[in-house]
Design a protein around this ligand. Structure first.
Ligand code: P6P
Length: 321
């Protein structure tokens, strides 16, 4: 079994990028330990703080955010940091080659019910045309990512990662504490029988998206096959299922407020997941645009997300034209 370090070297990944990826992964091992502690340590439950997303921060959100910030600020390889849990960008090491954005604990509403949660990360080359403490560092199209990945803390702790080559799965060997290659080059099935959406939001959707979902759940749908639904409440878990066996994951625009709204964040949710999905042969769109062609207007920008098995994404988009 080959480790992530060996595989990155085999893929001729730049030395400083290998070092940075390992800084992130070493920090996820500490997070994994803390998540596995659960109720045994006083780290469950919420804080009294509300983050810029308007969400009450869980104790573990704050702990994991601080762990990643500390690691990235001290490694000397990161110029600028963005986090779901930080209002503004955090300055790292001026002149450093990379910038990193992350969601330290995606799906944290699952923490207190022992559900699946994960860390999502994305790495870009730093820009030399803007200040190191500027949000403009992250105004780069998703296709400029040099690495994207997530760690899913579940029955086993698994890493999905791509550095512009194929998307691969690694499993954390808890004895050696090494991430070991368990699926080399993921190939998403183009068709699927499984969709992932929060049906409770159907009153908020466009007519076109409702028509798509109504076709999926109707007994005589246009594909002549039954569909099943899964919704985990954590994008990292739902995308892991899609990468593992195909599927389509949707979080469409909501029209229940004066201004249409989206939930998922482009920089540290949609873009890294789109990079992983596309490098596994899938498709990733908002409702009209390829996600990886988008440049974030600001670090917490939200977008609609429709991603997964290519032919199912096309079918869904056909209802939205
Ligand atoms: P809802 C978690 O808060 C998250 O950002 C994604 O990980 C997840 O897919 C989505 O929101 C869940 O949203 O509205 O179903 O709670």
């Amino acid at each position: 079994m080959i480790s992530i370090e060996e595989k990155l070297k085999e893929q001729h990944t730049k030395e400083d990028l290998c070092l940075l990826i390992n800084v992130i992964l070493d920090t996820t091992k500490v997070i994994d330990y803390k998540v596995n502690q659960g109720a045994l340590s006083n780290i469950l439950g919420a804080t009294s703080e509300v983050n810029i997303q308007g969400e009450t921060q869980k104790k573990l959100d704050v702990i994991c955010n601080q762990l990643l910030k500390d690691s990235l600020k001290s490694c000397g390889l990161v110029r600028t940091i963005a986090s779901e849990e930080e209002d503004f960008v955090v300055e790292g090491h001026s002149g450093a080659p990379y910038i990193v954005a992350f969601d330290p604990l995606d799906g944290s509403s699952n923490i207190d019910i022992n559900g699946q949660i994960g860390t999502i990360f994305t790495i870009y080359q730093a820009r030399n045309d803007v200040a190191s403490n500027s949000e403009e560092q992250f105004s780069q199209a998703g296709h400029a990512q040099v690495c994207a990945g997530y760690v899913l803390y579940s029955a086993s702790t698994m890493l999905a990662i791509t550095t512009t080559g194929p998307t691969s799965f690694y499993t954390l060997d808890k004895n050696s504490q090494a991430y070991v290659l368990t699926t080399d080059s993921i190939e998403l099935p183009t068709q699927t029988n499984e969709f992932s959406v929060n049906m409770a939001n159907s009153a908020c959707w466009s007519q076109g998206f409702n028509n798509y979902i109504n076709d999926l759940v109707s007994s005589d749908n246009r594909r002549g096959r039954r569909f099943n639904m899964r919704w985990n409440g954590a994008m990292v878990a739902d995308i892991h299922r899609v990468l593992s066996r195909g599927g389509i994951f949707c979080y469409p625009t909501h029209f229940d407020t004066p201004q249409p709204s989206a939930k998922l964040r482009l920089l540290y949710e949609a873009n890294p997941m789109a990079f992983l999905i596309e490098n596994a042969g899938g498709k990733a769109y908002t409702e009209s645009t390829r996600i990886l062609d988008l440049k974030p207007d600001y670090i917490h920008q939200r977008v609609a997300v429709i991603m997964g098995s290519a032919s199912e994404v096309d079918f869904c988009l056909g209802y939205l034209d």
